[in-house]
Design a protein around this ligand. Sequence first.
Ligand code: URA
Length: 448
Amino acid sequence: MNTVELIRKKRENFSLSEEEFRWMISGYVQGVIPDYQMSSFLMACYFRGMSEEETLTFTRLMLHSGEVIDLSEIPGMKVDKHSTGGVGDKVSLILAPIVAACGVPVPMISGRGLGHTGGTLDKLESIPGFRTNLSITEYKKVIKAIGLVMIGQTAEIAPADKKMYALRDVTATVECIPLIAGSIMSKKLAEGIDALVLDVKTGRGAFMQTYESSLELAQTLIRVGNGFGKETVAFITDMSQPLGIAIGNWLEVVESVECLCGLRGNSDHSSDLMEVTSVLAGAMLMLGKRAKTIDEGIALAKQSIKDGSAYRKFLDLVRTQGGDVSALENLERYPLSKHSIEIKASEDGYIAEIDSLELGLTGIELGAGRARIDDVIDPKAGIVLKKKVGDAVETNDTVAIFYTDKETALHAAKERIAKAFRIQSVPLKKKPMIVSYIDKSGVREWKK
Ligand code: URA
């Protein structure tokens, strides 16, 4: 086989066979195919796409480029969730302990912050001592012991994706549905799951900004998951404003702990976060055979917050993975940022829009995310929203507070955060958080 010929074949919109994909993927992993040829191939895939069969083949080869973890010795259905990521999306931190506390094992391999969206690993690592770099042996031990484990992608898991994703990130080839499907599903299928719930975000803060593209991605991911014999369902959820109140790693842990303790998330600014979390938990419990319906699962999830079992499960997770539980029990002891600055409303009216993309990008400048892969994150940095879409405000009301140690970031952050809030004079109706539910039988509008 000839690499140039295969690039040309994809460029001319012909389908590739399994052997041809194998040549490209294993050649790249082994270093025989250089970055410049793989970049060109990925760009051809970006423009030409892949058939359904090619997408499945591509995913299978990405999956088998590394180890596929076997959790069959752990009884019951193992269920995970994947989110396409959004600003303030700390759902995994709350959801995984809820589902595990209700008796469904959750093996979760998560990622780091990507562009303007945060990553679960960075959030967990803001808890002093928390280890996300467990070996596969440790991963199995933890899930066996407590029914829950949360780690990062190891060198053994989908190594082809690890290398290819880094290249896609710098060659403008991320936004391609078959490549995304292969990338996400190879990692998820390697975890040892039996079923998967997807949270595909839509809106300005999301990776897929239109409903149509989010739906296409959801349907492709569902076809791939079901094609591998893992029941897969998806929700499309709104990301037109940040989820909950906190953006930034430790700030998001604090909000998650407060939600797990039932102190917020009922009828306050974290309600949107808890609405998404409960629905995803309901679906995970249904797929995990603990509930007959999503609604029954939602009721179990709510009960686990009320009776404290979800929070206790989170403490178990932190303790088992080396974290300092006392930091969670004494949130006020965590170091404070040098600067905390309030942003005020410039006029009377109603919050019509909060630009989550802009807040996510500003968060990076404050130290909460990475502009470059080797940037060091400041876990304390970030933004807390005091007002959300639909709220009435008067001039000089505080709409947000931001935290940073970076003196040089203060001026720009003040301007950018203030501009991210658009105020209008007439009240507005809130958008639904859960837009639709998709499973193998089709797409349904989600009704509360
Ligand atoms: N997240 C992934 O893991 N892979 C993609 O391709 C896009 C988002």
